[in-house]
Design a protein around this ligand. Structure first.
Ligand SMILES: Nc1nc2c(ncn2[C@@H]2O[C@H](COP(=O)(O)OP(=O)(O)O[C@H]3O[C@H](CO)[C@@H](O)[C@H](O)[C@@H]3O)[C@@H](O)[C@H]2O)c(=O)[nH]1
Length: 263
């Protein structure tokens, strides 16, 4: 019997991304990935991104869906909501990416292929493996901060990945279920680190593929002081907390590696 095509759902959190969202949706649907869906998680953006998303959903019923939340509640909780919906709707693979075009859409098929052909539970779009890079527009102090943040996380948690704060990832659905996303506490950049930590704690593997991270041209980053404080504190909390992953969900993942990715 022929295997069915895996369902791939891309989760995109948005807060004030009305210029960017239509472009990223157009680029994603133009990839030609079979059985691709998109879930936009909008937090009642004052700039009307939610209505823009509704328009995109109306134009592509069955492909684009929108989750409206009533107020800005952080990137991490937006991802948990979108990923939970994707899993409930039967996704085999969940891709997380920013709306602002900083994550190169053309890397999605490469990430899916890597997921389908290796035993990795999650594939990161990585700035810091060979072949990866950040946009030339990045000021030296931003590059230094990003490099320092990764060194900081690696020193404390030893995750064994080069880009621990990366926000562009493709997940096998069974890995997301195993790490019990509903109990993830972090909400800013630390969300990415906590998710990676859970994967490693459960003995699953993270793969990295190189990407070029572009600077957004529209809208603004939502990085805040609170996000920075959380990012500094969370690695220590994770290191010294005994039970912080869905240990009960530890599963035999190796046998299903080939069935979850897209071809
Ligand atoms: N729904 C919702 N979306 C949000 C919120 N905050 C941010 N977003 C959305 O989440 C995406 C990323 O937000 P940015 O504020 O642009 O992130 P960044 O500072 O550029 O950080 C990126 O790079 C970091 C380092 O690699 C990553 O750690 C981070 O997750 C993100 O990918 C964008 O699509 C943005 O609209 C929120 O509270 N609610």
């Amino acid at each position: 019997m022929a295997e069915s095509t895996p369902k791939v759902t891309v989760v995109i959190p948005t807060y004030n991304e009305r210029e960017n969202l239509p472009k990223v949706v157009e680029l994603l649907t133009g990839l030609g990935v079979p059985n691709l869906g998109i879930v936009v998680v909008d937090d009642n953006s004052p700039d009307g991104t939610g209505e823009v998303a509704d328009g995109l959903a109306a134009a592509a019923p069955g492909t684009v869906g929108v989750l409206h939340r009533t107020e800005k509640d952080g990137l991490g909780r937006a991802y948990v909501a979108g990923m939970s919906r994707a899993l409930a709707e039967g996704a085999d693979v969940v891709v997380q990416m920013d709306a602002d075009l900083s994550h190169p859409v053309e890397a999605v098929p490469v990430m899916l292929e890597t997921l389908a052909t290796t035993d990795a539970a999650v594939v990161l779009g990585s700035r810091y493996v060979d072949g990866g890079s950040v946009a030339g527009e990045w000021a030296w102090h931003r590059k230094a901060l990003s490099a320092w943040a990764n060194l900081y996380v690696d020193t404390i948690l030893r995750l064994g990945v080069k880009d621990a704060t990366a926000g562009f990832k493709a997940w096998r659905a069974d890995a997301l279920r195993a790490i019990d996303i509903a109990s993830v506490r972090s909400n800013g950049y630390a969300f990415q680190v906590e998710m990676n930590h859970r994967v490693v704690r459960l003995g699953m593997r993270i793969a990295e593929v190189p990407i070029r991270f572009e600077e957004r041209t529209e809208g603004q980053s939502k990085m805040s002081f609170a996000v920075q404080v959380e990012s500094a504190a969370m690695p220590w909390k994770l290191r010294f907390t005994k039970v912080d992953a869905g240990e009960s969900g530890a599963v035999g993942l190796a046998g299903s590696a080939g069935s979850a990715g897209a071809s």
